[in-house]
Design a protein around this ligand. Structure first.
Ligand SMILES: [Mn+2]
Length: 175
C-alpha cells in the first residue's frame, strides 16, 4: 500500500522514549520493515515544531518517505500539494491516516501531543477536499483525547468531520 499520512510527527522512530518498539511513535517504521507500506509511493504531510530529535524528518526520508513539512505545505498551497500527493501515490492502493495533531491546537485542542503553528480546521478540510485520484482502501483518524479538549467537545466534532470527509472520498471513489 501507499501511505498518505497527515500528522505533525513522522512516527518513524525505532523506539520512542526508551525501549518500546511498538508504540504510537513507531508504526510507520515498523510498517515499512514488515512490508505493509511502500515508502516509494508514500508521503507524510505536516511535520513541524517541537520535533524530538534532529533526525526526525531525515529518518523518514532515509526510509524512503517523502516528507512535506508544515512550512513547505503552506508554501505549496493546497492544489499543488494535492497534485504532489496524487503523483506520489500514483494510483496504488492507499492507506490514509489522519492524526488530529496535524491541525493547529487552536482548532484541535484535545490531542496528546499538540504542536503550535498548524493549519486551521478549515484549512485541513479544504486540503482533504482538494485530494483526488486516490484509491483509499483503509483509513483512520487518530489522536482524539477528550481529556485535553476545550469546552464544546471541539476535538470530537473535528474528528467526526474529518472521518465524514474521508468516508465521502471513499464513496466518491466507488461511483
Ligand atoms: Mn502526531
Amino acid at each position: 500500500m501507499a501511505l498518505v499520512h497527515f500528522d505533525s510527527h513522522t512516527d518513524t522512530w525505532d523506539s520512542y522514549f526508551g525501549a518500546k518498539r511498538f508504540s504510537a511513535g513507531t508504526p510507520f517504521r515498523r510498517a515499512v520493515e514488515e512490508g505493509w507500506i511502500d515508502p516509494a509511493h508514500s508521503i507524510q504531510i505536516g511535520m513541524r515544531g517541537s520535533l524530538f530529535r534532529p533526525d526526525d524528518v531525515s529518518q523518514s526520508e532515509a526510509l524512503g518517505y517523502t516528507v512535506v513539512t508544515t512550512e513547505r505545505m503552506f508554501e505549496l498551497g493546497w492544489p499543488a500539494l494535492a497534485r504532489q500527493i496524487a503523483a506520489r501515490v500514483d494510483r496504488m492502493p492507499c492507506y490514509l491516516t489522519f492524526d488530529l495533531d496535524f491541525v493547529d491546537p487552536a482548532s484541535a485542542p484535545g490531542v496528546q501531543t499538540p504542536e503550535a503553528g498548524g493549519p486551521t480546521a478549515r484549512d485541513a478540510l479544504a486540503l482533504l477536499r482538494a485530494l483526488s485520484g486516490l484509491s483509499i482502501i483503509r483509513a483512520d483518524v487518530v489522536e482524539t483525547n477528550p481529556l485535553f479538549d476545550g469546552p464544546g467537545q471541539v476535538i470530537a466534532l473535528l474528528a467526526a468531520t474529518v472521518a465524514a470527509e474521508i468516508l465521502a472520498m471513499l464513496a466518491a471513489d466507488r461511483v
